[in-house]
Design a protein. Structure first.
Length: 225
């Protein structure tokens, strides 16, 4: 490629790189070293350009094995393009879901990877909320069936708890009622029932919330321990 064409191409890339209003990174294909970062990347990740240039891409993507990241870059080198969704770690320790589109570019007369970063955290969270709502409604529908059809109370309670955990994706579901001493008993539960180990819950107001009695923790009213 003639030098004047190379220079014009790189000039256009530099303008594009500086002005595009999304985080951009230029990455060495083989080592994963971050060669450059635009201003939006500095704002998004919290690192300065100098800090970026002392890092590899693994520093902001520590959740993927280095070999897999290398394979991701190698595919872009071979095919000219690649895309994936990752979790990236910002300087302050927070985690963001990002969509990364990478392509092969000519930069300073060498081939590098251009990574275009799109923050999709809110989209992922919205999808997760919608999924959880769908699951919870499915659990409620199943529970209503048990309430309408069950002839045995204990079996009904057991089925309700199991459905809440399985269909509603809850860690723990239980049904409780106080005995004659005001302590809650659990005729049915499902999920991570180890939370009940060495714990009793009382509805008697004279027992202080959180009071320790040997290895047993006592809770009342809002049952928070």
């Amino acid at each position: 490629m003639p030098p004047e064409i190379i220079n014009n191409t790189e000039l256009r890339l530099k303008i594009f790189f500086d002005k595009l209003p999304v985080p951009l990174l230029i990455i060495d294909v083989e080592t994963g070293l971050i060669i450059d970062a635009n201003e939006k990347a500095e704002i998004f990740y919290g690192y300065t350009k100098d800090e970026f240039q002392r890092m590899t891409i693994a520093a902001i993507n520590p959740f993927i094995p280095a070999d897999d990241l290398a394979a991701f870059r190698a595919k872009a080198l071979k095919e000219g393009y690649n895309r994936a969704i990752f979790q990236h770690k910002l300087k302050d320790g927070s985690i963001k879901n990002v969509e990364v589109n990478i392509s092969l570019i000519l930069y300073n007369n060498e081939h590098y990877i251009l990574a275009v970063i799109t923050d999709i955290t809110e989209r992922i969270q919205a999808q997760e909320r919608a999924r959880r709502l769908y699951d919870f409604n499915a659990a409620l529908a199943k529970i209503n069936e048990f309430v309408a059809d069950s002839k045995d109370e204990n079996e009904m309670f057991k089925s309700i708890c199991e459905s809440a955990v399985k269909l509603g994706n809850l860690k723990l579901a239980y049904i409780a009622k106080p005995d004659e001493r005001g302590r809650l008993q659990f005729p049915a539960s499902a999920g991570e029932t180890r939370y009940f180990d060495d714990v009793f819950i009382s509805v008697i107001p004279v027992i202080r919330k959180g009071k320790e009695t040997g290895r047993i923790k006592v809770c009342i009213d809002d049952i928070s321990c």
